[in-house]
Design a protein around this ligand. Structure first.
Ligand SMILES: C[S@@+](CC[C@H](N)C(=O)[O-])C[C@H]1O[C@@H](n2cnc3c(N)ncnc32)[C@H](O)[C@@H]1O
Length: 297
């Protein structure tokens, strides 16, 4: 964490250097968020909304709440306020093309022969990413439900995860789907102006709450991991740790897809081979296969 002087911001509530530092420390320890001093104005403006919503008189009361016995729920709200959930169906389409061409043929062959196939959308936000993966799977394997194929979709934010599970989206979003997917994989929702995915798509996805900087109660190996536009909030050290933790969870030929402005850095570079823009294959010689059992770190 950077400890340089914090630029002053003034406004409706007093917000001292010390208070900013406590929040930055909490956000770093609990969620890996890298809140440099330059982010102070953003932190102030995002969190004053929380103060108003909670009718708190000042940042001291807010810090008391965050660090008190019921702090966990508000820490999660704080993370939500400080990060974005922006996502959409088939975001960075080239990743889904690679997934379809380089991963799915073997994975489906394995599933048809009784194999276990797992994909992970880590930091899934409102669900468009895992449902896009599911649509690719169904397109390549219309009878996927008969096989042991699952998409694990996790996020640290319980509110966004509940939205992902519900899988309700505004009709405009449907326009971003390929034409045949629109027809075959979506249905109108009960509420006008909304749509949802057909049960065959939804049933392939399992959602779970998971903080990427804490323990991971997941069981590999995964044939592909999508962790996109999440590590962007982390500092270099946390990012490097994250990439290193993914490698042993991937199957020998497994792939990792990361966000458009993210790069694999640090010692983790040797664990992967680049296969294109922000996509990587596990370097089987370097990454140890420890994923047959549940991992603790
Ligand atoms: C910008 S969205 C990315 C969604 C999707 N992966 C995509 O690329 O479209 C970032 C997501 O990361 C989640 N996130 C942030 N910090 C996290 C952490 N420590 N562990 C797990 N998820 C986290 C946020 O809750 C948010 O839903």
């Amino acid at each position: 964490m950077n400890t340089q002087a914090v630029p002053d911001v003034s406004g409706e509530f007093d917000f001292s250097d010390a208070q900013f530092k406590v929040i930055a420390q909490l956000a770093y320890e609990n969620f890996g968020l890298d809140l440099q001093p330059a982010k102070r104005s953003l932190v102030y403006s995002r969190l004053t909304r929380r103060l108003r919503a909670l009718r708190l008189p000042n940042f001291k009361s807010y810090l008391d709440l965050l660090t008190g016995p019921d702090g966990a729920a508000e820490q999660s709200e704080m993370l939500s306020a400080l990060t974005t959930n922006v996502t959409h169906f088939f975001r960075e389409k080239h990743h889904f093309d690679q997934f379809r061409d380089l991963i799915l043929p073997e994975a489906i062959k394995s599933a048809r022969n009784g194999g276990r196939v797992r994909f992970w959308s880590a930091g899934c936000s409102a669900g468009q990413e895992p449902y896009s993966i599911a649509m690719c799977v169904l397109e390549a394997c219309p009878d996927a439900a008969r096989y042991d194929i699952r998409i694990l979709a996790t996020d640290v934010d319980p509110v966004i995860l509940a939205r992902a599970k519900a899988g309700l989206y505004l009709s405009e979003e449907r326009d971003s789907l390929p034409a045949d997917h629109k027809d075959r994989m979506t249905i109108a929702a009960d509420r006008p102006g909304e749509f949802t995915l057909v049960p065959e798509v939804k049933n392939l996805v399992q959602f779970g709450l998971l903080n990427l900087v804490k323990e991971w109660p997941v069981r590999g190996p995964f044939q592909a991991i999508f962790c996109r536009n999440v590590a962007i909030y982390f500092d270099k050290l946390t990012q490097a740790r994250l990439w290193s933790r993914f490698a042993p969870l991937l199957e020998t030929e497994g792939m990792l897809f990361i966000g458009h402005s993210e790069r694999i850095s640090g010692p983790a570079i040797s664990l992967f081979n680049s296969t294109g823009i922000t996509s990587y294959r596990r370097n089987a010689q370097k990454a140890e296969m420890t994923s047959k059992t549940e991992i603790s770190r």
